[in-house]
Design a protein around this ligand. Structure first.
Ligand SMILES: C[S@@+](CC[C@H](N)C(=O)[O-])C[C@H]1O[C@@H](n2cnc3c(N)ncnc32)[C@H](O)[C@@H]1O
Length: 289
């Protein structure tokens, strides 16, 4: 622990923020690497005479901040951490940084399956850091869940995140293309969830560099029209879902209606396009017959 005066810290903070970047990313750095939460920092800042105790010295924190600013590297990758719902997850550039809008998928599931003691059998396709599956496996402790990803490196991170989040053993990870690792679970799923890569090719090319240069292309690019993976997931879902089983998909801001049509074409019912907190039709859900 390194003890410095609040006054010195505040002076240093002002200097760092004058170089660029936003308050939120800076607070993230001080929390994850410095070991002081934003709440504590606000409380400490009231008294400039006081002292604060940092886990790393200011030179080290400054090096990380400079790297964030110079290379536009997301602060979560530099800190190796992302906060998502109430989870603290390890992230590297092998996994997408889980987005706050995706947090709503968990609430959609809560709305459909209100009894947390239910013994659901669910699958997440394309788990990345494991965020969605871990949150659901924790919320439904009597359920059994499987999570897949095409990338073994991502699965290793997801498995570590699961181990670090709980002592449960109701979630298993499988490597492979969408449904293919789940052959033995055909017709058994109450629920399948996916936030697949859905960015159309043209849009992908124009993504901000902090996304395009750092986050895995395989987690973002959804082919020419963005719907390549969504199509494959929907077409095969009827083989894996139980009768009346649910499929929940995240999609790009303007894909809701097209995803709805794909669900109709594949005999899904109770289809709804659900909005995120910005009012965008971000999720499309349906039941198989
Ligand atoms: C948009 S990311 C979502 C990650 C995580 N579920 C989340 O919401 O933060 C999509 C994930 O799908 C995985 N993926 C891409 N293509 C895949 C495929 N053909 N089969 C299985 N997973 C795939 C990527 O590796 C990535 O982890």
């Amino acid at each position: 622990m390194l003890s410095i005066s609040v006054e010195e810290f505040l002076f240093w903070k002002k200097k760092q923020l004058s170089k660029g970047g936003d308050q939120q990313s800076f607070a993230f750095l001080i929390d994850c690497i410095g070991g002081i939460s934003s709440r504590d920092l606000n409380l400490i800042s009231i008294n400039p005479e006081g002292k604060l105790h940092l886990k790393k010295n200011l030179e080290f924190l400054e090096t990380v901040w400079n790297e964030h600013l110079l290379k536009s590297c997301p602060i979560q990758y530099l800190c190796g951490t992302a906060f998502w719902r109430d989870l603290k997850l390890k992230v590297t550039n092998k996994v997408l940084i889980p987005r706050s809008e995706t947090e709503l998928i968990v609430d959609i599931v809560f709305n459909i399956f209100q009894n947390k003691s239910e013994k659901l059998f669910f699958a997440e396709l394309g788990t990345g850091s494991g965020a969605i599956s871990i949150a659901l496996a924790l919320a439904y402790p009597f359920s059994y869940a499987v999570a897949t990803d095409i990338d073994q490196n991502a699965l290793e991170i997801a498995a570590k995140n699961y181990m670090n989040s709980c002592k449960q053993s109701n979630l298993q990870f499988y490597c492979g293309n969408w449904w293919s690792p789940l052959e033995s679970f055909k017709g058994k799923l109450d629920l399948a969830i996916s936030n697949p890569p859905y960015i159309p090719k043209d849009t992908y090319e124009k993504l901000p560099k902090e996304v395009k240069n750092f986050e895995p292309k395989a987690a973002l690019l959804g082919g020419e029209d963005g719907l390549e993976h969504i199509r494959e997931i929907i077409q095969k879902a009827p083989l894996f879902l139980k009768e009346k089983g649910w499929l929940i998909l995240e999609n790009h801001f303007d894909q809701g209606e097209k995803v709805k049509q794909l669900l109709i074409k594949n005999k899904f019912t109770s289809i709804e396009i659900l909005k995120d907190l910005s009012g965008i039709g971000r999720f499309t859900i349906g039941r198989y017959k």
